[in-house]
Structure formats: C-alpha cells, structure tokens
Design a protein around this ligand. Structure first.
Ligand SMILES: CC(C)(COP(=O)(O)OP(=O)(O)OC[C@H]1O[C@@H](n2cnc3c(N)ncnc32)[C@H](O)[C@@H]1OP(=O)(O)O)[C@@H](O)C(=O)NCCC(=O)NCCS
Length: 192
C-alpha cells in the first residue's frame, strides 16, 4: 500500500474488474495504448495475471489500483516492473480514468512510484515509455523529473499501424536531488 496526498495505491483485487473496465473500455484510455478496446473477459484475465504476480517471490511486478482516499473509487492504475534485479532497473506506467484526467493524479502516481521504486525497492534507474503522440503522458514524465533518452522508431504494431515510442528515465541520485526541498520535482503532498 502506497499512500499519497489524495490516493491509495494498493494491490488489485478480483473485485476491481468493473472499476477497471469502466474506464479502460473508453477511447480516452486505449487511444495511445497498443490494444483493442478491452472486453470484460480481458479485464478479468488481466486481473488474474496481476494476482499471480502478487504471489511471486521475489516479486518483480506491482500492478496497483489507484483509489481515492475519501471514497475508495478507482481513479486509475500504477505499474512498476523490475526489469533487471541485477542491474536495479525498473519500468513504470500509469493511467487515469477520463473523468479524473487533468487533476494531477498521474503526476501523483508517478511520484509515488518513484518514491517506492527508489526508496523501498532500491532501484538505480526507472524508465517509462509511451507512444510519441501521447503528449499528456510525456508531460507527466517531464513533471516528475524524467529525462528523455530517445525515440524507439516504429517499435510497436498496434491496430494495423506502426507506432514509435519515446523513452524517458530518472536515476536515483537525480531523484534525490530533485525531490529535496527546493528541488525541481513537486512534492506529492504530505501523507496524512
Ligand atoms: C496520460 C495520463 C495518465 C495523464 O493523466 P492525468 O492525471 O491527466 O495527468 P496530470 O493531470 O498529472 O498531468 C497531465 C499533464 O499533461 C498535460 N496535457 C494533457 N493533454 C495534453 C496534450 N494533448 N498536449 C500536451 N500536454 C497535455 C496537462 O496540461 C498536464 O500538464 P500541466 O500540469 O503542466 O498542465 C492520462 O491521460 C491517461 O490515463 N491516458 C490514457 C492511458 C495512457 O495513455 N497511459 C499512459 C500510457 S504510457
């Protein structure tokens, strides 16, 4: 469980299926994600995979539901995967339900994942990728202090097209400097 100013990031549950399907089936979710609009059955399968990953030891994947502290409503998701334990490398991602976009939730999720990945797991570098045209996600990466590493040219085949991706990353010492008081990265607010 990761707590931020407005959110709880917690392990997904089977009972979350409807909450995830409600926003994942909307174009605002899948427009820049390499998938078809998901069916409820696919959401169930996705959750089963997440539940299996929760049992792994050592654990290498954290697929978390982002819920509003006040109401428990699912407003999005957070993903952190350890890509190389030996080299302390992780990858993260996020999504926010259309109704809640533009309120800073993805930024709050991203900062919480950095705190968790560097602080609890001990990663050295965390990277994120998104479709080049996904300017909102690119902006979130910049806001949480990630730097652009480059473009992966036509590395994804989605819905009959080739997509290119941008890859950004942040190193543990950059995070430490940027998240210190007066640093470039905004605080995700006091944890009550
Ligand atoms: C990308 C996504 C997670 C952003 O979530 P969010 O909660 O709205 O993000 P935030 O509010 O924290 O920040 C969004 C930033 O992008 C900016 N933005 C939004 N749309 C933009 C656009 N088309 N062009 C440029 N900037 C844009 C916002 O203005 C904001 O920046 P600001 O704070 O400087 O004004 C959300 O749009 C989403 O879930 N999309 C669908 C799933 C997805 O694409 N996930 C990422 C896969 S890698």
């Amino acid at each position: 469980m990761i707590e931020t100013r407005r959110l709880l990031l917690r392990d997904v549950l089977r009972a979350d299926a409807e909450g995830f399907h409600a926003y994942r089936r909307r174009e605002a979710y899948w427009r820049h994600v390499p998938m078809e609009p998901p069916t409820r059955k696919q959401i169930d399968e996705f959750l089963e995979q997440c539940l299996r990953e929760q049992e792994e030891s050592p654990r290498s994947s954290y697929c978390l539901a982002a819920t509003l502290k006040d109401t428990n409503e699912i407003v999005g998701e957070a993903l952190l995967r350890i890509r190389s334990a030996r080299h302390c490398q992780g990858e993260m991602g996020w999504a926010v339900a259309e109704l809640h976009q533009g309120k800073g939730f993805a930024t709050e999720i991203g900062l919480a994942l950095l705190r968790f990945g560097f602080g609890e797991i001990g990663l050295h570098r965390i990277f994120a990728r998104t479709r080049c045209e996904n300017f909102a996600s690119r902006r979130v990466m910049a806001k949480i202090g990630m730097r652009e590493e480059g473009i992966l040219r036509e590395n994804v085949r989605a819905r009959g097209e080739w997509w290119s991706s941008v890859q950004c990353s942040i190193l543990v010492h950059e995070y430490g400097a940027a998240s210190a008081p007066g640093g470039a990265v905004p605080a995700d607010g006091p944890i009550s």
